[in-house]
Design a protein around this ligand. Sequence first.
Ligand code: ZN
Length: 214
Amino acid sequence: MVTLSFDNGPEPEVTPHVLDMLAKHSIKASFFVMGRKVVTREGRALAMRARDEGHWVGNHTYSHTHPLGELDRATALREFDQAEESLGWLEQRPRLFRPYGRAGKLGRHLLHPAVVERLVAGRYSAVLWNSVPGDWRDPEGWVATALEQIAAKDWSLVVLHDQPSGAMEHLDGFLMALKQAGEEIVQEFPKDCVPLREGRVAGPMDLWTSARLD
Ligand SMILES: [Zn+2]
């Protein structure tokens, strides 16, 4: 099984194409958006289009400059809250949050304890990942990498990026290859990628949360 997610958008030059390809293949996915890209009129319209077409939309921080676990409490909360404000129109439940990992790395740098409190209080689901084919750094080769990673797992949650790297020109071919490989593509997330589900701790949060006290 495969779940697809698109991070760091929306981008007017790329997101419409991604949405068109997902519609062509009747696939529902998730878009983890940057708050600073959703506050523009164009960005908000694209995120709304994704929502209207049945995709899930989640908070992926406001500025996406530092993993939250590397920030102090006030700055980490601001990154989260400002992105939520940019998504004030989104009535989706549960609300979704995906931390910024820096090149797809998992670890204690992902979350600040104050943000975890927010997520619990707001009954958020925190959505991690288990497949990072590196589309942004390998716009030509990522499809082969993704297919290899997917073949090696029962259920992959793949991180792609609706960013102007050129990688998404190969999305159509990738989706055709997934179907040819007999992969079932689902919108739901694999359990082991969701350590916090609707505000309930479902996995070891200390693996993903810094020990910062400030
Ligand atoms: Zn990101």
